[in-house]
Each structure stands twice: as structure tokens, then as C-alpha cells.
Design a protein around this ligand. Structure first.
Ligand code: SAM
Length: 239
């Protein structure tokens, strides 16, 4: 078992060839013996960074290794970059956890085509079992569509829109999901950004932190900010 798949298509960000400029930069990085190589990120289609996917891999693998009861859910799936990684970890570890994904599949960003079909195609290309798809707005699919118990959740429903609207959606997700999270369950929050923690002022979806601060005030769960390079994310563990 290895986690090299994280950087391969369709788990990786893109199939694009690096531009001559990036190849030149990488040559320079090799020459300087930095140990680093850079890749290109298309922020309208690449929804996670390699650093984030490494964090996702280890957090899900740990939840499975520690036998935290419950299934795996993703609220906001788009074409399934992260979802495919989650299913791959489930299959690599031989876990019987099921992956449930929730989305309207109606936000194309700059993708041209049917988002839901692309999700299914990506799973087929990766040779993975298809996830259980819950199509619709969260207030139509939750809480009925949620499994009885959840061991691992990824909430990723930002689209750079109005922070207050996004906060409302996040609060709804927290209200429905929180009671289903079992003790020890991990919940990852894409775009959670705390400039006090990481000094980064670029805040793509500030509604995430606004909702977390309101919902978790007085609750025992603590947020842990994770390094994600260009994108921010964090997680909490259910107490
Ligand atoms: C940033 S994308 C998710 C990226 C995905 N996790 C990945 O790995 O590629 C955000 C998704 O959230 C979905 N979304 C946002 N608000 C929603 C809502 N209220 N109900 C259902 N889906 C929603 C959008 O349709 C969009 O596909």
C-alpha cells in the first residue's frame, strides 16, 4: 500500500503538461537541490492541492485504522477529486465503509459538461466502486440522506459567493451532521482560514470560519488548521 496515487490522474489536479516556464523553474529547483518541484494549479477547476490531499489521506486512513464507527461523507463533491481519493483509501485499506456524496452538480465553475457524469467517469477511470450519490441542495438531501453514523466528513461547498449565504449553508451542514458524527470522527473543513494561525490574509470563503465560530461556541471540539499551500483547510475531531 502506498500513497503515490495522490499525484496521479485522476486523483491529481490535472492532466495538463507543465508550461515551458514551469519546466524551466523546475530545472532551476533541481539545480539548486531544493528537493522541490512545482506544478500548475488552475484555481477554477483544481479544487484541492497535493498538500491537502496528503492530509486527507492520513486523516481518513487513521480513522479507519482506529476503527471509528461510521461511513464517509462529502458535502460538496463537484467532479469528485477528493471523493475519488476517499474511495481509494477505503479500498486500499479493505474497509467496509461506504462513501456518500452530496451535491446539486449544478455549479459548473469553468467545467464544460455534465458534472455528475464527470464524477462517475472519474471513478470509473480510477477503477473505483461508485459512491452513493445524493443529488440536490443540502436542505433537500440532509438529514434523511445521511448515514446513521459518520466517521469521516469533508465539507467543501464554497464557490466564492456571499460569505453570509455560505455561512448559512455551513451552519445547516453542521446542524445536520454533528449529531451523526461518532466519537473520534474527523470532519475536514475546506477553506477554513484563520489569519491568526497562518498569517495568510487571502480568505476565499470566509463563511466557513464564521459558521464554525458560531456553531462550535461552547462545544468541546477544537479546530486544527492544516498546511494546504495555496488553499486553506482545517479539521476537528468529534469529542
Ligand atoms: C468547491 S466545489 C467542491 C469540490 C470537491 N470537493 C472536489 O474535490 O472537487 C463546491 C461544491 O459544492 C456544491 N454546493 C454548494 N452549495 C451547495 C448546496 N447548498 N447544496 C448542495 N451542493 C452545494 C457545488 O455545487 C459545488 O459542486
Amino acid at each position: 500500500m502506498n500513497n503515490y496515487f495522490i499525484t496521479d490522474y485522476p486523483f491529481s489536479i490535472n492532466q495538463r503538461k507543465n508550461s515551458p516556464l514551469i519546466n524551466f523553474v523546475n530545472k532551476g529547483l533541481r539545480f539548486l537541490k531544493t528537493g522541490y518541484q512545482v506544478g500548475q494549479l488552475d484555481t477554477s477547476l483544481d479544487m484541492s492541492t497535493v498538500e491537502q490531499r496528503i492530509n486527507y489521506y492520513h486523516l481518513l486512513e487513521e480513522v479507519i485504522a482506529y476503527n471509528v464507527p461510521g461511513d464517509v461523507v462529502e458535502l460538496g463533491t463537484f467532479t469528485g477529486q477528493c471523493a475519488a481519493l476517499f474511495q481509494k483509501v477505503i479500498e486500499l485499506t479493505g474497509s467496509d465503509k461506504k462513501l456518500h456524496v452530496y451535491d446539486t452538480f449544478a455549479t459548473p465553475f469553468t467545467f464544460k459538461g455534465n458534472v455528475e457524469h464527470e464524477l462517475m467517469r472519474n471513478f470509473d477511470t480510477a477503477g473505483l466502486k461508485q459512491p452513493v450519490v445524493h443529488k440536490g441542495l443540502f436542505n433537500e438531501t440532509l438529514p434523511e440522506g445521511l448515514p446513521e453514523k459518520v466517521a469521516f466528513a469533508h465539507i467543501d461547498c464554497g464557490f466564492g459567493g456571499d460569505p453570509q449565504e455560505h455561512k448559512k449553508v455551513m451552519l445547516y451542514c453542521f446542524e445536520q451532521l454533528y449529531p451523526k458524527l461518532t466519537k473520534g470522527a474527523v470532519c475536514i473543513l475546506m477553506d477554513y482560514n484563520d489569519p491568526k494561525e497562518n498569517g495568510k490574509t487571502l480568505d476565499i470563503n470566509p463563511g466557513v470560519k464564521l459558521a464554525f465560530d458560531e456553531f462550535f461556541a461552547g462545544k468541546p471540539e477544537k479546530i486544527v488548521c492544516l498546511y494546504g499551500n495555496q488553499y486553506q483547510h482545517a479539521f476537528f475531531r468529534k469529542q
